[in-house]
Design a protein around this ligand. Structure first.
Ligand code: BTN
Length: 252
């Protein structure tokens, strides 16, 4: 069943519910290209057959249990060099939603995996469409584990596992859309410092010595934060190094 989202002001006002699809991101990318879809169009599904994650990974979710959604933004005001801010606000919106529902340790693992009690509960996949130097559209895909009770990977969890209760996933989704709207408005009105500070405050392992791998070489370093392009900054033996998403792996 799908609900009309009454609380958000401009996101999620047009909702397409698909009982099953390949990937809500793929569906929305196609829709946004073919038609002049308004900003805020939302596609969500109960069952995704080819859910996609970051770094070419698959996103697997038990049918009917979790939030699998994609939202269309038209952030023409944002210069392409600042597009990583969309990742930050999507992660922050999930964190705010979780904070409304549960008391727990909630962290953002760079770039925008959401962790609760040291397990991954949500992930974000953003696909931008640039026309020249204009950010024509961005499809913000969010997979957020709500009512699934068992996972094949020991590092995954859900809200139901952490809170020991079931949730109405449409209600959680509406809350999240409201938070995303709030952060998107901050971005639109130039509050990028507030966004970056909030992200840094929640950043997992920031200030800690950790092991990473880049170009097949393992090394230790301290996460400093993200730089002005959203790259991960690590202090490696006194030298500040920055990495893009495909350039570094967290080992431990
Ligand atoms: C990740 O952590 O790797 C990102 C996962 C993103 C998954 C969501 S589910 C809804 C949307 N459709 C997709 O195919 N992927 C995103």
């Amino acid at each position: 069943m799908h609900k009309i989202f009454a609380k958000p002001l401009f996101l999620g006002k047009k909702v397409v519910f698909l009982p099953q699809c390949h990937s809500t991101n793929d569906e929305l990318v196609l829709l946004a290209r073919k038609f002049n879809e308004p900003e805020g169009t939302l596609i969500y599904t109960d069952d995704q057959l080819k859910g996609r994650g970051q770094r070419g990974n698959v996103w697997i979710s038990e049918p009917g249990k979790n939030i699998l959604m994609s939202l269309l933004l038209r952030p023409k005001f944002l210069s392409p060099s600042n597009q990583f801010n969309l990742n930050l606000i999507a992660g922050l919106a999930v964190v705010d939603t979780l904070s409304d529902l549960i008391e727990a340790s909630i962290r953002l693992k760079w770039p925008n995996d959401v962790y609760i009690n040291e397990k991954k509960i949500a992930g974000v996949l953003i696909e931008n469409n640039l026309r020249g130097n204009i950010l024509e559209s961005a499809v913000v895909g969010i997979g957020f584990n709500i009512n699934q009770r068992g996972f094949n990977i020991p590092t995954a969890t859900s809200l139901a596992i952490e809170a020991q209760q079931q949730f109405d996933k449409e209600e959680v989704m509406e809350k999240m859309i409201c938070h995303l709207e709030k952060w998107y408005m901050k971005l639109k009105t130039g509050k990028t410092e507030e966004i970056l500070n909030s992200y840094h405050d929640l950043m997992m392992w920031r200030g800690e010595l950790r092991t990473f791998k880049s170009s097949e070489v393992e090394f230790e370093g301290e996460i400093i934060g993200i730089d002005s392009q959203g790259r991960l900054s690590i202090n490696v033996e006194g030298e500040l190094k920055t990495f893009g998403i495909k350039e570094v792996q967290f080992i431990s």
